[in-house]
Design a protein. Structure first.
Length: 94
């Protein structure tokens, strides 16, 4: 079983789709990073506008970007998770 298959299986066990799903992406504190995260979600779910919130670290050098969507399937969530991980300078995807 691949890592992606394992993620999809775990998501299906933990969630009943469709459902609200929260992605948190941590990276540099700049608008380009935020826009990249939003663009990934919009590309995967073009009929939705994700709920967006941002929080800077105390030092101001990093931020967490939280995106809430109505996820249609575990496969979509896994796809978004992988794409968020490919954003330049991303530190973590939760």
């Amino acid at each position: 079983m691949s890592e992606l298959d394992g993620l999809i299986e775990a998501l299906n066990e933990a969630h009943e789709f469709p459902c609200r799903y929260v992605f948190k992406v941590i990276g540099p504190n700049d608008s380009e990073f935020t826009e990249g995260a939003v663009a990934v979600v919009r590309a995967a779910l073009p009929n939705q506008e994700p709920e967006l919130s941002r929080r800077e670290t105390k030092s101001g050098g990093s931020q967490s970007v939280t995106l809430v969507v109505e996820a249609t399937s575990a496969e979509v969530v896994a796809s978004i998770h992988e794409a968020l991980g490919r954003i330049p300078r991303v530190r973590f995807v939760l």
